[in-house]
Design a protein around this ligand. Structure first.
Ligand code: UDX
Length: 451
């Protein structure tokens, strides 16, 4: 099928690349000229495992093109995926102006009817508004557009794998024809009929993902409800960690046992510095705002957010307790990205931690395998080193703020010898406390004995 993708951010690039990979003809566009110049030149503006290979292969096969001519992109597809950003306003409400602009673009540039699919995370009712906007803006050309909602559940760092091996595909539609068109788009993925760029020589056996067909409003809610529930699980584990610290229990033992109950499940119970990134914090805010706007008090989620914000404060308290005076101390920070395997630093807890340490007068130097460039644009001037050992040299304290596997595998004996004082604050519970203490570190983490 011929598919257009509007918006070449994270979701747009993964959607466009993977749909081309499985055999569709895809045209992508974005209104950021810098981003388009990079993509037209074959460069990928984000770090995401496998994405560069997927995009390159699809372009070589002639199934993926990038164009700055938005009208051309709109006309190219029978189905159009809207993948533009919906950033939060000050109030937490999602800013939908980009969606409105795209509706105007599609309505005025299309020459034939299209299925318009919202893939950006949007509040409930957006599909309805989108349909109205398309009708208003196209009243002169008389074209009829159908609207569908198809939320994306991919995680940064494993986005290509998540897209090609989803747990479920959700489509919210109003007409049978839209359901059929969505089924056709996802047929190669539903039937496993593609060459997987992630797994060689063959994908591990996984159950066929169900395609759930719902109303548009339900589909829109599913995305918010899923992300908010994940956030709630993390905050729950974090409060448990605080309790474990007070009672001398081990949060990892507690959450491991909890997770073995299939009604609870083991994932998203990792305690530490809390959740960041562009999805969970923004989606939870938008969900709270949406609930309030229709008279429902989602206090549960407000508390989830409060607990998450408090993680930073709790880490800083541990730093202050250990260092006594923070001003003029050399503090090394390992990890800037909001999680490993991405260069994304949006709403990354590490960024806030560094801002606060700098404000308290610490001399901060940091290291991240992928995110230093993006962090540099957000942070006050600090020192950056590619080499984690340089960050440790003469440091009074070392903080682990992102759980990159590279950090786990460091030569910790060497780090201990390089530091002015072997003080380690592991805010992601990455390392083994007993091992670190045996090496002679003063070691602190969250919710584990002796923290
Ligand atoms: C999330 C959702 O998982 C995904 O389904 C949705 O499409 C987009 O939002 P992502 O933002 O890539 O994906 O990150 P995710 O893996 O969910 O992690 C979010 C944050 O939670 C990270 O900062 C991570 O470090 C933190 N986290 C995660 C924890 O603190 N503890 C955990 O147990 C799990």
């Amino acid at each position: 099928m011929r598919i257009s993708v509007i918006g070449c951010g994270y979701v747009g690039l993964v959607t466009g690349g993977c749909l081309a990979e499985v055999g569709h003809e895809v045209v992508c566009t974005d209104n950021d000229p810098g981003r388009m110049a990079m993509l037209e030149g074959g460069r990928v503006p984000i770090y995401e495992p496998h994405l560069d290979a997927v995009l390159a292969a699809a372009r070589r096969a002639g199934r993926l093109t990038f164009t700055r001519h938005a009208g051309e992109a709109v006309r190219a597809g029978d189905a159009i995926f809207i993948c533009v950003g919906t950033p939060p306003r000050q109030t937490g409400e999602a800013d939908l102006s980009a969606i409105d602009n795209v509706a105007r673009l599609i309505a005025t540039e299309a020459r034939s009817p299209k299925l318009v699919i919202e893939k950006s995370t949007v509040p409930a009712q957006t599909g309805l508004q989108l349909k109205r906007a398309l009708a208003v803006y196209s009243r002169k050309n008389g074209l009829a557009f159908r609207v569908a909602s198809n939320p994306e559940f991919l995680r940064e760092g494993t986005a290509v794998e998540d897209f090609l091996h989803p747990d479920r595909i959700v489509v919210g539609v109003e007409e049978q024809s839209s359901e059929e068109q969505c089924r056709e788009i996802y047929r190669p993925i539903l039937e496993g009929l593609f060459h997987c760029p992630v797994h060689t020589p063959a994908c591990p056996p996984t159950p066929t993902p169900p395609m759930l067909v719902t109303t548009i409003a339900s589909s829109e809610l599913i995305k918010h409800a899923s992300n908010s529930f994940l956030a709630l699980k993390i905050s729950y584990a974090n409060v448990l960690a605080d309790l474990c610290e007070r009672l001398g229990a081990n949060v990892e033992e507690v959450t491991r046992a909890m997770g073995l109950d299939p009604r609870i499940g083991p994932q998203f119970l990792r305690a530490g510095l809390g959740f960041g990134g562009f999805c969970l914090p923004k989606d939870i805010q938008a969900f709270i705002w949406l609930a309030e706007s229709v008279g429902v008090d989602f206090g549960l989620l407000k508390e989830t957010e409060r607990v998450n914000r408090q993680r930073i404060e709790l880490l800083l308290e541990k730093v202050r307790r250990a260092l006594w005076v923070v001003k003029d101390k050399q503090v090394g920070v390992l990890g800037l990205a909001f999680k490993p395997n991405t260069d994304d630093v949006r709403f990354a807890p590490a960024i806030e931690v560094i801002n606060r340490l700098v404000a308290e007068g610490a001399q901060v130097r940091a290291c991240d395998p992928e995110a230093m460039e993006k962090a540099g644009a957000l942070l006050p001037p600090i020192a950056y080193h590619r080499d984690p050992y340089e960050v440790a040299k003469n440091a009074d304290a070392l903080l682990i703020t992102t759980e990159w596997e590279e950090f786990r595998r460091l030569d910790w004996e060497r780090i201990r010898d390089l530091m002015a004082r072997p003080l380690l604050l592991d805010a992601r519970n990455l390392l083994d406390p007993a091992q670190m203490k045996a090496l002679g570190f003063e070691y602190h983490s969250f919710g584990r004995p002796g923290c």
